[in-house]
Design a protein around this ligand. Sequence first.
Ligand SMILES: Nc1ncnc2c1ncn2[C@@H]1O[C@H](COP(=O)(O)OP(=O)(O)OP(=O)(O)O)[C@@H](O)[C@H]1O
Ligand SMILES: [Mg+2]
Length: 351
Amino acid sequence: MTGPSAGSGGREGGGRPPVGLRPDGPRLLVCGHTNLDYIGEVERFPEPNTSIEMVSQKRYFGGTGANISRSAARLGAAVRLYSLVGGDFPADYKEALEEDGVDLSGLVVVEGALTPTCLILSDRNHDQIAIINQGPMASPERAVLPPGLLDDVGVVHISTGRPEHYIRMVEEAVQRGIPVFLDPAQELHYVYSPEMFARMLSLSTGLFCNESEMSRALGYLGLETEEDLAGRVALLVVTRKDRGSTVYYDPESGLFDCVLPGGDHWCSGCRRVRLDIPLVAAERVVDTTGAGDAYRGGFYAAWARDLDVWKSALFASAAASFVVEAKGPQMSLPTWDMVKARLAERGWSVG
Ligand SMILES: Nc1ncnc2c1ncn2[C@@H]1O[C@H](COP(=O)(O)OP(=O)(O)OP(=O)(O)O)[C@@H](O)[C@H]1O
Ligand SMILES: [Mg+2]
């Protein structure tokens, strides 16, 4: 290991992390979808102009914005959700978010519109066909940003949704000194242009993505390697499904405590520390949808408790391991104690 030594890059003046705990801490503002997902099981997909019977049908709460918010809030972080839903937004979904402590002052109900809805058909081979109705998220220019959206906010997390709609708010956040973390998720492939991605990234302190999104990001930016991209942001998180995740961070940024466990690596080309974060195995794997969102929620919640970046990412990995154990991205979100206990069982202590 060469490069910065342990403890050299802590937050300036040993200050608090930019995101805090409920009820009064500086909030994490999560911008993204709040969806209703209807999953229907069929024996086989129907031919055009024919009908078949549904074997079972179930409604799930979903959407990246709501998934991340609910995960982080249940784990104790102070979270505000900015999302557009329709007049049909169901009371039980609203109550579920509120019960976990998500601040819904940024939830905009667009009357006359339908809440973003995903219709998923799953056949006996577990192949799926999905049809998404974006609802008001497809034409956000009709919605007005709620006043005070950035008040008391310590971190902005931009997940799915039109970047053209978010960019002015992101610019204002940057002007106010609020770090922005970009996470376009699957929309990187079909909503973002290379130019818009480059512009949003230039305003961002960090980027979250999975491996296919990483390939797309490199293509958009004309870069060769993950390290090249890591050099452009203070935090880069790449999740790798059941192979764990990798975190690159800039120990000089003043945002992350620099604690260097075994397995870290100083990347001299990009001047970032690379941490290889192990997978925390689940008890059983039922459905991995939403694992990435739970990971993000876990990361912020751990950071809010002032854990260093290694422990925050390990905690994130453990939080995600619960979500794969049930169908639906919000059906098995863990509490802080549940994650801590699982890590302790596996021989890790996060303090
Ligand atoms: N089978 C699994 N068992 C345990 N943990 C998992 C599993 N799959 C994923 N995870 C955890 O979740 C993290 C994020 O998963 P993944 O890379 O699949 O995200 P993603 O592709 O963004 O998923 P999604 O968009 O569905 O939320 C992984 O880095 C890992 O820590
Ligand atoms: Mg994802």
